[in-house]
Design a protein around this ligand. Structure first.
Ligand code: CP
Length: 462
């Protein structure tokens, strides 16, 4: 994939470093190649200290972590490298008001060779990648994405089930705020897995995630018949997300009743992400819980139970001894997969496989106000060094996602930074504006306030 952003997601040398901001940054072939390396690392973790001697990873964690930070640091040490840790950013100059952009320029300047970043704002890793001269790994950005957890989860599925395409994965709990889930569903969709969503009521997948799944990843949402899933799915509106391939749908017998969840390969539970809740999300109704009773459901007979951890009460400790429970093994596999990620981004292993090509392009809005209204997007929480960034979903009519947080931008009117004219997004004239010149506006009044003049319109899109 090419990128129009400075510090975009593709690069082949340290002068143009490769970042891991989104799970979409990797091709499926690359992900499979990372699994092969992870398997070798897992077989003999002490045998690869020759791969990264003299190299340093910097952990910049603006939010708490146990697994992600420590498994990355363990991975770097096992590869023979060193680590710098800012586990509590309150003890750094971030507390004096230093921006994320300045911090990564300093750390990436001479202190380290790769940055592992966790941040509370969606899009923080994208912003960091724009400014960092060294690879940036997204270790979780707000409720947006957590691509290395997803690589760990996919690696677990690959080891446990032998494949990912065509398997049936049930996602339970807080699907709305869980960044882990968002990266996971994008990847599962691309691999051609069948996803069954059984969310905690009120915590369904966000609209922007559903939209991306449909538009970019070819997923078809269908009502799910979860009668064989027992009480786990009783209270929620379960939904099947299936790849748009007839042979997948033919696995099910009676589509009129909703596709039946007959046999589940993996059940993935998540905790309530209370740190992201707004007042409207509280009090939370009785949260879904997994225990020996729920796991008696017919369709879960052979399902592995996964959880990114930390857990609260959503998985009862009584389930820990069940051979289907793999969540601690899942966390342990975080080390070899992160060894593979680091060795790859640092150019110490060659995946010998093509990168993603020909997809999305990011564009920096040259002028005008930030069109993103998500209050937890980095484009709103960082006041300096952030230029509005967008990704085009469609040219006709013009539709775009925020390049940082991925949420759809509400822009019924678009201006041209070249001509100074604005048009409604459905007009042919709007389509003629080169993406590099597009300025996304909330309304006509907004366009006028930014100094645009109304352009003459010939016709509208149908
Ligand atoms: N799964 C996960 O991201 O755990 P931590 O928050 O402990 O890093």
């Amino acid at each position: 994939m090419t990128s129009a952003t400075p510090g975009g997601v593709r690069g082949s040398s340290m002068a143009d470093p490769r970042h891991l901001v989104s799970i979409d940054d990797l091709s499926l072939a690359e992900i499979r190649a990372l699994f092969e390396h992870a398997r070798a690392f897992a077989a003999d973790p002490r045998a690869f200290a020759h791969l990264c001697p003299g190299l340093i990873s910097a952990s910049l964690f603006y939010e708490p972590s146990t697994r992600t930070r420590l498994s990355f640091e363990s991975a770097m040490l096992r590869l023979g490298g060193g680590v710098l840790t800012a586990a509590d950013m309150k003890s750094t100059s971030a507390s004096k008001g230093e921006s994320l952009a300045d911090t990564v320029r300093v750390v990436g300047g001479a202190y380290a060779d790769v940055i592992v970043l966790r941040h509370a704002s969606e899009g923080a890793a994208r912003l960091a990648a724009q400014y960092s001269p060294i690879p940036v790994v997204n270790a979780g950005d707000g409720s947006h994405e957590h691509p290395t957890q997803t690589l760990c989860d996919l690696y677990n599925l690959w080891e446990e089930r032998g494949r990912i395409d065509g398997i049936h994965v049930v996602l339970a709990g807080d699907l709305r705020y869980s960044r882990t889930i968002h990266s996971f569903v994008y990847a599962l969709a691309r691999f051609g897995a069948n996803i069954v969503c059984t969310p905690q009521p009120g915590f369904e997948l966000p609209a922007y995630v559903m939209q991306r799944l449909r538009e970019e990843f070819g997923v078809e949402p269908v009502r799910a018949d979860t009668s064989r899933l027992g009480e786990l799915a009783e209270a929620c509106d379960a939904m099947y997300l299936t790849p748009q391939k007839p042979h997948q749908l033919s696995l099910f017998t009676d589509a009129s009743k909703g596709l039946a969840v007959e046999r589940v390969d993996a059940l993935y539970m998540t905790r309530p992400q209370t740190e992201r809740f707004t007042d409207k999300d509280l009090p939370i109704a009785k949260y879904q819980q997994l225990g020996p009773r729920q796991m008696k459901a017919a369709s879960l007979k052979d399902a592995v139970v996964m959880h990114p951890l930390p857990r609260r009460d959503e998985i009862q400790p009584e389930l820990d001894a069940d051979p289907r429970s793999i969540y601690f093994k899942q966390a342990a596999r975080g080390v070899p997969i992160r060894m593979a990620i680091l060795a790859f981004l640092l150019g110490r292993i060659d995946l010998k496989t093509p990168a993603r090509t020909g997809e999305e392009r990011f564009y920096t809005q040259r002028m005008g106000e930030n069109p993103c209204t998500n209050p937890t997007c980095i484009s709103r929480t960082e006041t300096r060094h952030v230029k509005p960034l967008f990704r085009l979903a469609s040219r006709f009519p013009v539709r775009a996602y925020c390049g940082f947080c991925s949420q759809e931008l509400q822009a019924p009117v678009v201006g041209s930074a070249n001509s100074g004219l604005f048009f409604e997004r459905e007009s042919v004239e709007a389509r003629k504006i080169r993406p590099e010149h597009l300025v996304l506006c909330h309304s006509e009044a907004h366009a006028l306030a930014q100094g645009f003049r109304r352009g003459a319109v010939e016709s509208r899109a149908r």
